[in-house]
Design a protein around this ligand. Structure first.
Ligand SMILES: C[S@@+](CC[C@H](N)C(=O)[O-])C[C@H]1O[C@@H](n2cnc3c(N)ncnc32)[C@H](O)[C@@H]1O
Length: 331
């Protein structure tokens, strides 16, 4: 069978895909194709998945036919289009209609032409608001969700039983809260896909379990940002000697290391330790541990660049649960 991963990043989804295939439909004849526009992601991807054909491609311009997939030539397709344009982090103006339209590019360039037997799109829940933008790049309030509904109707018109659902990756494992929206479709199915139930008991990890506490830190005194000071006050008021500070402009909370990570984004949060005197930014392997990446995953690249690839990844355990259930029903 042919499995296709679009917007593959450094491969969070691909870890889950490979595990689900191994569980449900392993075969030496399975073929894997993945692509992403960013060559920096390609380096990590290629070293971790040497048996997958990886291409650096802009999906606004690349179709299934360009990549050699004829009608019926794809069994399963996964697409994680960039979520920043739909997320709260980005703000409410200056949104990019072309990036938002990448889901339609996949619909037209891949699903309409190659007609995979099943597909899953993954994004932030804000994708449900996808609609026209005004001249400031802000959503037209009276038309919120119009393009999203059209997207679903077009998929249904192609013969897919389509379902949408949200899952929090944290309920399936890992250490990071990660609520995501999924759009799943089966070709010619009697009923749409129902999401997996989270396992009743998981051995959830804490932030502390994922941190490398031996890594060097710097004095916090040099950081005087308003948000940092507010977070420092919050941690002191709570009586903590260490904490995690998220790196989003709109949040002012500090998080205790004995709980779960807040949603990770492509900007690394800060670990603040030594009685709240020293700090450093989270590393790519630490974020990987929080999202369910295996300990032997190789992160190519330095600092925040390596981090960005993990910060944008799916939650591995939740993705594996979805795919194992879906493959059990389709293949
Ligand atoms: C949400 S991340 C994908 C995460 C990935 N599925 C994972 O689990 O690790 C979105 C990805 O889309 C890629 N991307 C953005 N614009 C693109 C385009 N026009 N064509 C192809 N890939 C694009 C980014 O480089 C980024 O890696």
């Amino acid at each position: 069978m042919n499995f296709v991963s679009l917007f593959a990043g450094i491969g969070g989804e691909h870890i889950a895909l490979k595990r689900a295939v191994a569980k449900v439909c392993a075969s030496s004849r399975n073929r894997f194709y993945a692509c992403d526009v960013d060559p920096r992601r390609a380096a990590s991807f290629a070293v971790n998945f040497p048996e997958t054909t990886f291409r650096v491609r802009d999906l606004a311009k690349t179709t299934a036919l360009d990549e050699g997939f004829e009608a019926g030539g794809i069994d399963f397709l996964w697409a994680s289009p960039p979520c920043t344009e739909f997320s709260r982090v980005k703000g409410t103006t200056g949104l990019n209609a072309g990036v938002q339209n990448l889901a339609n590019d996949v619909l037209n360039g891949w699903i309409r032409t190659a007609r995979p037997r099943a597909f899953v799109f993954e994004n932030v829940p804000g994708m449900q608001n996808w609609g026209p933008l005004d001249e400031r790049g802000a959503r037209v309030k009276s038309r919120l969700g119009e393009y999203f509904e059209r997207f679903l109707s077009e998929l249904r018109a192609l013969g897919y039983a389509v379902s949408t659902f949200k899952l929090d990756g944290f309920r399936f494992g890992g250490a990071s809260k990660r609520v995501r929206l999924y759009v799943a479709g089966f070709l010619d199915a009697a009923s749409p896909f129902a999401p997996p139930e989270p396992p009743p008991k998981i051995a959830s990890k804490t932030i502390r379990d994922c941190l490398r506490l031996d890594l060097p830190t710097k004095p916090l005194a040099r950081l005087r940002g308003k948000a940092t000071l507010a977070r420092l006050d919050a941690a002191r008021d709570a009586g903590w000697s260490d904490a995690l500070f998220p790196n989003h402009g709109f949040l002012h909370e500090a998080y205790p290391l004995d709980g779960a990570f807040p949603t990770l984004t492509t900007r690394p949060p800060m670990f603040v330790g030594d009685n709240l005197k020293n700090y450093r930014y989270l590393t790519a392997p630490e974020a990987g541990a929080a999202l369910g990446f295996p300990d032997d995953f190789i992160y190519v690249g330095a600092g925040s660049d390596a981090y960005r690839g993990v910060g944008g990844s799916v939650s591995v355990d939740a993705t594996e649960a979805i795919l194992a259930k879906l493959f059990g029903e389709v293949f």
